[in-house]
Ligand binder design. Structure first.
Ligand code: CP
Ligand code: NVA
Length: 292
């Protein structure tokens, strides 16, 4: 029975912790595994990407596999071929399929018809591969995950939702502070707040993301910037968290908007480690899903 990774909720707690341990091992010895053994993994991008493409493409190569990057406009999908037929044909050629797209239902449709594992490389609703890398970063920093408090400030978006789902699996308390009209839906016991200062109080991690996501209507950008202004992550906000607190951002960042340059390039960030950890976490995920 093939396994997909669409929201992160597919993993048990034990599997998640084993995956993070494995990712740590692969980080210290990147060529230790040739789990993909010449097999191909298709990576479909219907939205732009820097980190996701880089980390999957490099990670698949390190696992001895062949990454096949497919942009939406290169596929017959762009001329109306169905996701069902695309899934049938891809499944005859590749060991797994990653897809980045807007509506989450498109990913579910691909997964329903594919006979190989399907991985969410970001939808408007979920970004679980990001959450895996985030937890690996926390595990490196704090040595364990159970009992940590992560405060996410800003838009109640895909990144916040995946942090809530995957974080809870690992025993991390996730607080999400957003303006009233941009709150995350109740998910995975996340603590939903509107005051960023209340959210970061004594937190171990302060996390933020862009105010305008790829799937948001670009015409709302100006209004979003106005509404989110009190939620920016600066040193003063970080000072309200625990003395050992670190700052995270999934990137791409807009210094001067949701985060200050002082935090983005400062001593308390682990943002660049977090970006690197995408590769290690996804390699462990690929091993798990492809049964290697
Ligand atoms: N964090 C992340 O997914 O970045 P990209 O959009 O560049 O892939
Ligand atoms: N919330 C952002 C994440 C980018 C990695 C977006 O969906 O655009």
């Amino acid at each position: 029975m093939k396994r997909d990774f669409l929201t992160g909720a597919e993993l048990s707690r034990d599997e998640l912790l084993a995956l993070l341990r494995r990712a740590g091992k692969l980080k210290s010895d990147p060529y230790a595994s040739s789990a993909l053994g010449k097999r191909t993994v298709a990576l479909i991008f219907r939205r732009p990407s820097t980190r996701t493409r880089l980390s999957f493409e490099a990670g698949i190569a390190e696992l001895g596999g062949h990454p096949m990057v497919l942009r939406a406009d290169e596929l017959q999908l762009s001329r109306g071929e169905s996701l069902r037929d695309t899934a049938y044909v891809l499944s005859r050629h590749v060991a797994a399929i990653g897809m980045r797209t807007g509506p989450h239902e498109q990913l579910e449709e691909l997964a329903e018809h594919a006979s190989v594992p399907v991985i969410n490389m970001l939808t408007a609703e979920h970004h679980p591969c990001q959450a895996l890398a985030d937890l690996l970063t926390l595990w490196e920093e704090f040595g364990s995950l159970e009992g940590l408090t992560l405060a996410y400030v800003g838009d109640g978006n895909n990144v916040a939702r995946s942090l809530a789902i995957v974080g809870r699996l690992a025993g991390v308390t996730v607080r999400v502070a957003s303006p009233p009209d941009y709150q995350l839906d109740p998910v995975a016991d996340a603590v939903l707040l509107s005051d960023p200062r209340e959210a970061v109080q004594d937190a171990d991690i302060v996390y933020t993301d862009v105010w305008v996501s790829m799937s948001d209507d670009a015409s709302t950008a100006q209004e979003r910037r106005r509404v989110f202004a009190p939620y920016w992550l600066d040193d003063a906000l970080l000072d309200l968290a625990a003395p050992h607190a670190i700052a995270l951002h999934c990137l791409p960042a807009h210094p001067g908007e949701e985060i200050t340059a002082e935090v983005l390039y400062g001593k308390r960030q682990r943002i660049w480690d977090q970006a690197e950890n995408r590769r290690h976490a996804q390699k462990a995920l690929l091993e798990l899903l492809t049964g290697a």
